[in-house]
Design a binder for this molecule. Structure first.
Ligand code: HEC
Ligand code: HEC
Length: 459
């Protein structure tokens, strides 16, 4: 740039500076244009990309873990770290109300305190340093939001980087500005800069040291058969409750809030020919919240399915139900029983229960507190426990699996327990396994079953 142009530019700059700019209407006009542009971008984003709704709020769902939006995560983390401070950590309103109010209040009164006309940062070290540390704090706390705060090394590093250093920095800067008034602007800048670097350093080391618990993706699945099998297990736990073991249910039974709701069978052409794999996966991930099917995607449901689990479920539905696909040969649900052979919980009952009952008979579901997730629970839980009694053909479980409801003694004409599973009769061979198991005394392991006197004598 020639000296000539430099001079010109400088001259123009000085002129403009002299003229000044009015807040109203000049600045306001610019701001309004900018706000309008951002507004239009938001409208376009919402129209063409959008964010899926979360499922409708369910007041009876105690498993929902609320998380703030990402732009509030720093406050959330600040509160978590603050809560760890001895004594004052217990006084929550200091962190939730007082400190944020002071911060916002400072922003409001800033124009009244800081009235210097100059814009050069060298002349406004204190506000800029404090604001700088605040911004770095917000960024680092947001980054740490997913790391648990505990009495570990990672926890201690977080407390130092997230609370101690910024507090010391604010204190030092304020002392320098108001008590040791001779401190040079440069020293203050250095203080703020070094604090910021330390905060970033501590955050970085926390993120490097912290190992997130491995996502529950423990399944090692290779062949198509294994994928279908895995999908069948996932379907049994998550979907049988409403759609039944074979997807044929057209009227939901036994599910609170959806009792009697008519739905379409999901194992036929209507669904499988109209939805391709990606669309089926989307139904599972986003659910049909309005109809009552909650989303299963990990992002919307902390206990939900990972991407590959969703894919296995889709593979299962496709190969088992879509008549355009050849049904694969899967291993039998339980080892076949010889005549007179006694089934055991481990080899026979557990897989049957997992396929046909566990979807409803686990914690948090509508089931008269009858949990079927372990041997002991099958024997002992239930409002009308015991549901199985050794050698008793009238055990409630046996009655209901045979398709007979149990009447309510207190309310003649009504049923206490429906036939089970409520949405679908069991096949006779499965009822037979339950019967043989209970009549023989409910052996747990295969070894227990073999040791029972009534077992088939070994040839
Ligand atoms: C709490 C009950 C419930 C559970 C659990 C449930 N669904 Fe649904 N599902 C529904 C309802 C209700 C509908 C809506 C049916 C309708 O509109 O006819 C539905 C619809 C569907 C549809 C058809 C979507 C369409 O619009 O064509 C598919 C496919 C489906 N579910 C698959 C699954 C799978 C796979 C699972 C397990 C991961 C599952 N559902 C779990 C209740 C449930
Ligand atoms: C669709 C959900 C669902 C499925 C699947 C299901 N149940 Fe149930 N079960 C219930 C509900 C709901 C109750 C509570 C009584 C009622 O509403 O009929 C119940 C109650 C029972 C009871 C009575 C518990 C007590 O203490 O009174 C037994 C026994 C039982 N179920 C056995 C089974 C067995 C065995 C299977 C699998 C073969 C099964 N259930 C599958 C929903 C289900």
């Amino acid at each position: 740039m020639s000296e000539e142009t430099k001079k010109k530019i400088n001259q123009r700059y000085q002129q403009e500076l002299q003229k000044g700019e009015r807040f109203w209407p000049d600045s306001i006009f610019k701001d309004a244009i900018m706000a309008l542009a951002i507004f239009i971008i938001l409208i376009l984003l919402a129209t063409f990309i959008g964010v899926p709704f979360e499922p409708k709020a369910d007041p009876s769902d105690t498993s929902y873990v609320p998380r703030p939006e990402w732009y509030f995560l720093f406050l959330f983390k600040f509160l978590a770290l603050y809560g760890q401070i001895p004594l004052i950590g217990k006084i929550e309103w200091v962190a939730t109300v007082i400190i944020p109010s002071i911060a916002v209040g400072l922003l409001v009164v800033l124009p009244f305190i800081d009235k210097k006309p100059t814009r050069h940062y060298g002349k406004r070290v204190l506000p800029i340093s404090i604001m700088g540390i605040m911004v770095v704090s917000m960024v680092t706390l947001t980054m740490l939001a997913d790391v648990p705060t505990g009495a570990s090394l990672v926890g201690t590093l977080q407390k130092i980087g997230g609370l101690v250093i910024p507090s010391l920095a604010y204190l030092t800067l304020v002392l320098m500005a108001f008590v040791f008034k001779k401190t040079s602007a440069r020293t203050m800048m250095w203080t703020a800069g070094i604090s910021a670097i330390l905060m970033v350093g501590f955050t970085g080391s926390v993120l490097a040291l912290y190992q997130a618990p491995a996502a529950a993706e423990t399944m090692v699945v290779n062949t198509l058969e294994e994928q279908i099998q895995a999908g069948q297990d996932l379907y049994a736990i998550n979907c049988v409750e409403c759609h039944g073991e074979d997807g044929k249910v057209v009227k939901i039974t036994g599910v609170k809030a959806l009792e009697g709701k008519e739905i379409m069978a999901i194992n036929g052409k209507d669904v499988l020919y109209t939805l391709n794999d990606a669309a089926l996966a989307e139904v599972i991930i986003y659910g049909r919240p309005v109809a009552g099917m909650n989303p299963f995607g990990k992002a919307y449901n902390t206990q939900g399915l990972s991407k590959s689990e969703v894919d296995y479920t889709v593979t299962f539905m496709r190969y088992m139900w879509d008549d355009r696909f050849e049904k694969p040969q899967l291993k039998p649900l339980y080892p076949p029983l010889a005549a007179g052979e006694i089934p055991s919980y481990e080899a026979h009952i557990a897989p049957i229960v997992k396929r046909y009952c566990i979807s409803c008979h686990r914690a948090g579901k509508n089931n008269l507190s009858y949990l079927m997730d372990s041997y002991d629970n099958i024997l002992k839980t239930g409002d009308d426990a015991p549901n199985v009694t050794s050698g008793d053909a009238n055990s409630p479980l046996l009655i209901v699996v045979q398709g007979t409801p149990i009447p309510d003694p207190g309310n003649p004409g009504t049923t206490l327990v429906n036939s089970m599973p409520p949405n679908k009769a069991l096949k006779p061979d499965i009822i037979d396994v339950f019967t043989r198991w209970i009549m023989a005394g409910m052996p747990n392991s295969a070894a227990d079953a073999a040791a029972l006197p009534t077992a088939t004598p070994k040839p």
